[in-house]
Design a protein around this ligand. Structure first.
Ligand SMILES: [Zn+2]
Ligand SMILES: [Zn+2]
Length: 289
């Protein structure tokens, strides 16, 4: 995390009034500057701060707004710049959309400097981390164009958002990783006995094609899915509770984390240690996510 450039450091004007307070938000929307941006910006961070001052002047004098519209801004030098900041309503997302998400402006154009470099992407995520820690921002990361008619945040940056907004250099997510919820029948939710979703379908597909069980791949975890789960758990010597948790999932997909998995043939795999594993399986929070 880079140091945040304070409003005093970039020469911000004072807001024209009081911000509307927000307790938390669903997440953050990513924006770009748009327009022509001179690639010389890459060589001169002072230009970045000049851009921010110009945008603030336009928002306050041209638009008549309270202040610079964005919660925070970032540049191609991985510098995070304080805008309205956490717990203050942004004005960037469009009418009616500002209470739901904070906003982060990437100093990136749609001519000239248009491709985000790694430092800019890290900076966007640094700003989002800050808004999560200090502002109660939730997990969502979206683009300005989500729910609002605009090109913002531009093609390359939006493609990165849509692909999961991953840190440059981080490994792609494992498509076979445990999805993080326990699949069970009955679901435990009144009025909705069947759990459904792509994770159920993925597990059913695996049980049918890789492990040879007869079941419909319909994405609904019902009595037949539970029966298949029980049979599989007995096959691989896991406690048979009919619930697909982390261990049962990972056994189905052949993923065995060295720290927790004891080989099936090991004589040290006592009933007690198996039970301990199963109990942990029912506490998904223990594994973190
Ligand atoms: Zn925007
Ligand atoms: Zn910069």
């Amino acid at each position: 995390m880079s140091d945040i450039i304070s409003r005093a450091e970039w020469g911000a004007r004072r807001p024209k009034g009081s911000y509307t307070q927000v307790a938390s938000a669903k997440g953050v929307k990513v924006h770009y500057l748009g327009g022509a941006l001179n690639p010389a910006a890459l060589d001169d961070h002072d230009r970045c701060l000049k851009v921010i001052r110009d945008v603030q002047a336009f928002h306050m004098d041209g638009r008549g707004w309270l202040d610079f519209a964005y919660s925070m801004a970032v540049c191609v030098h991985r510098r995070v710049i304080m805008g309205r900041g956490p717990h203050h309503l942004t004005a960037a997302n469009g009418s009616g959309l500002n209470t739901q998400h904070y906003s982060v402006l990437a100093i990136l154009g749609n001519k000239g400097l248009v491709e985000p470099n790694d430092d800019l992407l890290h900076g966007v995520l640094d700003a989002i981390d800050y808004l999560r820690e200090e502002g109660g921002a939730g997990r969502e990361i979206k683009g300005h164009r989500d729910g609002y008619a605009t090109d913002c945040p531009g093609g390359p940056l939006y493609a990165w958002v849509r692909a999961g907004a991953r840190r440059p250099g981080s490994p792609p997510p494992d498509p076979d990783a445990w999805p993080g919820r326990l699949l069970r029948y009955p679901s435990g939710v009144a009025g909705t006995p069947l759990m459904s979703g792509p994770d159920v379908r993925q597990w059913q597909e695996q049980m049918k094609t890789k492990h040879g069980f007869e079941l419909d791949v319909d994405g609904r975890y019902g009595p037949r899915s539970r029966a298949v789960c029980l049979a599989f758990q007995r096959q691989v010597d896991l406690d048979d509770d009919g619930i697909v948790g982390r261990l049962t999932w990972e056994a189905a997909f052949g993923i065995f984390p060295a720290q927790i998995y004891t080989p099936l043939t090991s004589p040290s795999m006592t009933t007690r240690s198996r039970r301990a594993l199963t109990e942990r399986e029912e506490e998904p929070g223990e594994w973190g996510q």
